[in-house]
Design a protein around this ligand. Structure first.
Ligand SMILES: [Zn+2]
Length: 340
């Protein structure tokens, strides 16, 4: 196993057996790896159903059309005391798609909050804030370890909100462009990133921009893509010959699925390294490096003690035949070069 900056390892091997499991939705073709006759195992959290492919291990998420929390929250919201209970204890159990979308539109405010040395943070927010400061050096180290000097390269940071990564790394690159899907986030970042081109683009829409780049970075964003294969088919044309793509993403573990179990926007698919690697190869890229982050050994690190208690729900998913067993919230990264 390779931690950032250490020795290389091979991608995890596929399981090549297909067992009928309790909780499976039957034998079918996986839409991510294309393997036919694979078992898709279903497991659930409060608001979502997850499907995990037995072959490639990729986990996708769909929101339940109905869940008991909807009715309970609606009932509580009818009275003033009930509204207080919801706001204080239960807000994360309500549908959060609109809230999360609005939060992405305020990335500018988030930028100031992160960069302010006086900012106090606890729990998940503190973990995330530390990561924002650490990421520029981590990315530079991966490229340096592969003898790539980024100081003369044109770099695209895909969905790079809130822009703190761009702010911290821009002087180390030849040039930098950053995308975000929410127009409000684009405007917010522009104010803090003079000399950096910031434009609106969505991983789930046709990519209109014409600029090509030497290096494209996907930092913790491929989980937003409902169909990364379709997205990358278009994006690959915008990478210069010999150019590089760096992808950092959460491994498809039970811990990572549960880490986002309250969220409605945050991730669509936890892609496995093998699926990402296959998509890169299909588009003329050769993998030159691979590693796994040794951080985030347990997903509960992201939650307060009271939230963590609720996550005992995850124990059932772990005990269920065919369910993923790994409670860690680790990540992987792949560096690949365009060879055709
Ligand atoms: Zn699959």
């Amino acid at each position: 196993m390779r931690s950032l900056g250490e020795s290389t390892r091979l991608l995890p091997a596929h399981s090549n057996t297909c067992r009928q499991l309790n909780g499976s939705v039957g034998v079918t073709t996986c839409r991510f790896c294309g393997e036919s006759r694979r078992c898709l195992t279903r497991f659930s959290s409060f608001k979502h159903d997850f499907l995990r492919c037995d072959a490639c291990e990729t986990i996708s998420r769909t929101s339940k059309a109905k869940y008991p929390g909807d009715a309970i929250l609606r009932l509580l919201s009818k009275s003033s005391p009930g509204q207080k209970v919801v706001a204080r204890f239960l807000s994360r159990f309500s549908r959060r798609g609109t809230t999360e979308h609005d939060q992405y539109g305020k990335q500018g405010e988030y930028f100031e909050w992160i960069m302010n040395p006086e900012t106090q943070a606890t729990g998940f927010v503190a973990v995330k804030r530390q990561a924002y400061f650490r990421q520029p050096a981590e990315v530079l180290n991966v490229f340096a370890a592969n003898d790539v000097d980024l100081s003369s390269r044109s770099v695209l940071d895909v969905s790079g909100g809130p822009g703190t990564f761009a702010f911290l790394i821009k002087d180390r690159l030849g040039s930098l462009a950053v995308t975000e899907y929410h127009p409000g986030a684009v405007m917010g970042m522009q104010a803090y990133l003079p000399g950096v081109r910031v434009f609106q683009a969505d991983l789930n829409d046709e990519w209109q921009d014409e600029e090509t780049f030497d290096v494209v970075l996907y930092r913790s964003v491929v989980v937003f893509a409902s169909d990364f294969r379709k997205h990358f088919r278009g994006l690959a044309r915008k990478v210069a010959p010999g150019g590089l793509v760096y992808i950092y993403s959460a491994l498809p573990t039970l811990g990572n699925a549960l880490r986002w179990q309250y969220e409605d926007y945050t991730f669509n698919v936890l892609y496995s390294p093998s699926v990402i690697s296959a998509v890169l190869a299909e588009n003329g890229f050769r993998q030159v490096d691979y590693g796994e982050s040794s951080e985030y050994r347990h997903f509960l690190r992201f939650f307060t003690p009271s939230e963590a208690a609720v996550h005992l729900y995850g124990v059932w998913n772990r005990l269920m035949p065919g369910g993923p067993r790994d409670f860690s919230a680790r990540a992987f990264w792949i560096l690949a070069r365009k060879i055709v």
